[in-house]
Design a protein around this ligand. Structure first.
Ligand code: SF4
Length: 62
């Protein structure tokens, strides 16, 4: 598995939520460790949660 929080946040920030699945967003457990250790203090988990929410909305509307 190649879950890369920085890539998830990048795609989420760009609104490319579908692309987050390429980086295994479904395997993210919401632990927050990535945001905790990020030296740039990027709110990674916040972006990841936005992407998850948008992906869930899409699934619900199908
Ligand atoms: S919240 Fe936890 S599981 Fe999800 S990407 Fe960050 S470190 Fe990985």
């Amino acid at each position: 598995m190649r879950l890369i929080p920085a890539m998830l946040a990048r795609y989420a920030k760009a609104g490319l939520y579908e692309d987050c699945q390429k980086y295994y967003i479904d395997y993210c457990s919401d632990c927050g460790a990535c945001a905790y250790v990020c030296p740039a203090k990027i709110p990674l988990l916040r972006y990841i949660r936005i992407a998850k929410r948008e992906l869930n909305k899409k699934v619900a509307s199908e």
